[in-house]
Design a protein around this ligand. Structure first.
Ligand code: NAP
Length: 568
């Protein structure tokens, strides 16, 4: 086992020569990355910089991951654009101009294409390549990766960057196959679909549904929203970024990234050091008013620190937000239906919105509360709701499922990962994932997870968190190469210690008690409702410190096996 401090420079060519001399069957690649989204692209850039033999296998026809797939109307991020771009290249920062405070999907996709072109990433990516399985070959110390088109690709190390929300889920509604219109999940929005003048049903009111509803309400003839449990939403306050402001942003990038670096979720919004009780009720109401009227996640992530941890503080803020919904929705009955009763503000991911609540003041928009009148079936012409005498048919041309994803572990489950002694990852994680630092799981040597459960990236401003993990992973793999390590596996003790730590920090936040994708809740998947530990809520600052300590101590959580002695 080699776990000593890194020294000297990489000797990639030496490594290959050594392997040849010792008669080891070398894999085709040193590294395979699954996924060419925001994370896979950056890790590829770093590995290319190191001069290793790497390829990326990407399911889609181009780069961008979530931004390639999510074409639905209104798709944009809730992160300030200038905090969403990569920070690694001063040249890239200097040349790219964001046009809006919260850029829409086409602009973000243009940005990622620009990055791929600028750093010649595409030639190292195999597009339209679906990975269906990967088996650990202990004899040859390599992964055998199988693709849908029947190929087998061998690699020493396999990295996953498959996204947290890349496996869509929809309800299995009776009669759906008889529907004569178009039915689609937001993740599969067809390029040719135009909703103007159509009668549209949207099922689901998470961040995605909220964006679709707000955007199409004034384009369609009739919009019927089918809502189970409402979410707490807050205004986005988007706006253009002019040339002068963009120049100022460019001058302030160091400060912007420093702020993100110091915040628990990688956003520019940082929790207030004060507790709600440190100020008078008038003062906190004034502060909440200010935050509600400011752009972005301030009302959620820049609030008094106890609002997401203490039930009484959370209840007061929740009542403030409920008041806003009552002010904005004219019909009080509809307003009450839009106010969540099962969870407090911010204990689930808060969708940011632009005139979402006002959409319900329009005469062509109807809210159907599925808790009162469930969907009975889909008919050839629409959706039938209610029971017995209360049955009602709602005719629609298009049914949109904004019904979420098999979050975080879904992308792993659909690939048949087989580790040591035939252990299947989907079996190992059947009751919930277990990892150390979110980067490795026992029984799966040389499988390195960049976007994995219990890592820093889930629930954070994604590019900031993925830069953290790639900036940690890159020296880690340098270390492996430097020491000619052919097998790396996390220890069971380290895995247990991480699970205990994740449980401990998660227990302190109200979010870990709410039923949402953060806790693995999904009513379209047949599994129990027991919360799953998908997210690390200890914050980016702590996560970075813990993984940095791991590196500084020579990676004690990992067992490393060097290649057999070289023939002199
Ligand atoms: P989601 O938050 O999981 O919401 C799914 C919605 O569908 C919920 O309202 C859910 O209701 C409903 N639903 C699920 N199954 C249903 C069923 N069988 N019948 C009726 N309704 C059903 O999914 P999402 O909206 O796609 O968002 C997922 C995540 O993607 C977000 O939390 C966010 O992290 C990310 N995202 C970000 C942005 C952005 O940055 N602006 C935009 C979109 C998405 P229940 O809650 O009652 O189950």
């Amino acid at each position: 086992m080699v776990n000593e401090p890194l020294s000297g420079s990489l000797r990639i060519a030496d490594q290959a020569a050594g392997a040849e001399a010792s008669g080891r069957a070398e894999p085709e690649y040193q590294f395979v990355i699954i996924g060419a989204g925001v994370c896979g692209m950056y890790q590829l850039y770093r590995l290319l910089e190191m001069g290793v033999k790497v390829t990326v296998l990407e399911l889609n026809g181009d780069v961008g991951g979530t931004w390639f797939r999510n074409r639905y109307p209104g798709c944009r991020f809730d992160s300030e654009s200038f905090t969403y771009g990569y920070s690694f290249s001063p040249e890239l920062l200097k040349e790219w101009n964001w046009s809006e405070r919260f850029a829409a999907r086409p602009e973000t996709l243009r940005y990622l294409n620009h990055v791929a072109d600028k750093f010649n990433l595409r030639e190292h990516i195999q597009f339209n390549t679906k990975v269906v399985g990967a088996t650990w070959d202990e004899d040859h110390l390599q992964w055998r990766v199988r693709t849908e088109d029947g190929r087998e690709i061998t690699t020493r190390f396999l990295m996953t960057a498959m996204g947290m929300l890349s496996v869509p889920t929809s309800p299995r509604l009776p009669g759906l196959e008889t529907f004569q219109g178009r039915a689609l999940h937001t993740f599969d929005w067809p390029e040719d679909l135009n909703v103007s003048g159509k009668r549209v049903a949207v099922i689901g009111t998470g961040s995605t549904g909220v964006q679709v509803i707000s955007t199409i309400a004034d384009q369609v003839e009739q919009l019927t929203v089918f809502q189970l449990d409402p979410n707490w939403c807050a205004p986005l306050h988007n706006g253009p970024i002019g040339a002068e402001e963009m120049a100022q942003i460019k001058d302030s990038y160091d400060e912007i990234f420093r702020r993100c670096f110091e915040s628990p979720n990688g956003f520019i919004h940082r929790p207030d050091r004060r507790h709600t009780t440190d100020v008078t009720r008038e003062e906190r109401l004034a502060r909440w008013e200010e935050l509600y009227n400011s752009p972005g996640f301030g009302i959620w992530l820049g609030n008094f620190r106890d609002t997401l941890m203490d039930e009484a503080a959370n209840a007061e803020l929740t009542e403030f937000i409920a008041g806003k919904i009552r002010e904005r929705v004219k019909d009080p009955v509809v307003a009450e239906k839009l106010i969540p009763k099962d969870h407090g503000f911010g204990t689930k991911r808060v969708p940011l919105e632009t005139r979402y609540y006002e959409a319900y003041n329009r005469s062509n928009v109807e809210l159907v509360d599925l808790n009162e009148t469930p969907i009975r079936e889909v008919t050839p012409t629409g959706i039938r709701i209610g029971d017995g005498e209360n049955t009602r048919d709602i005719d629609v041309d298009i049914i949109v499922f904004g019904t979420g994803f098999d979050a975080v572990t879904g992308a792993f489950d659909r690939i048949d990962f087989v580790g040591e002694n035939g252990v299947r990852l989907r079996d190992k994680w059947a009751a919930g994932p277990d990892t150390a630092f979110g980067v490795q799981t026992t029984a799966f040597p040389n499988l390195l997870m960049l976007v994995g459960p219990q890592s820093g990236s889930v629930g954070a401003n994604f590019p900031r968190a993925i830069e953290d993990i790639v900036n940690w992973m890159t020296p880690f793999v340098s270390y492996l190469l430097e020491h000619d390590i052919v097998r790396v596996a996390v220890t069971p003790e380290a895995e247990q210690a991480w699970l205990d730590h994740v449980a401990e920090v998660n227990d302190k936040v109200l979010m870990s008690k709410a039923k949402s994708w953060f806790t693995g809740f999904n009513r379209n998947i047949a599994r129990d409702d027991k919360p799953r530990m998908l997210v690390y809520t200890g914050g980016a600052v702590r996560y970075r410190r813990l993984v940095a300590e791991e590196a500084a101590n020579g990676y004690p959580s990992f067992t490393m096996t060097p290649a057999p002695q070289r023939v002199p």
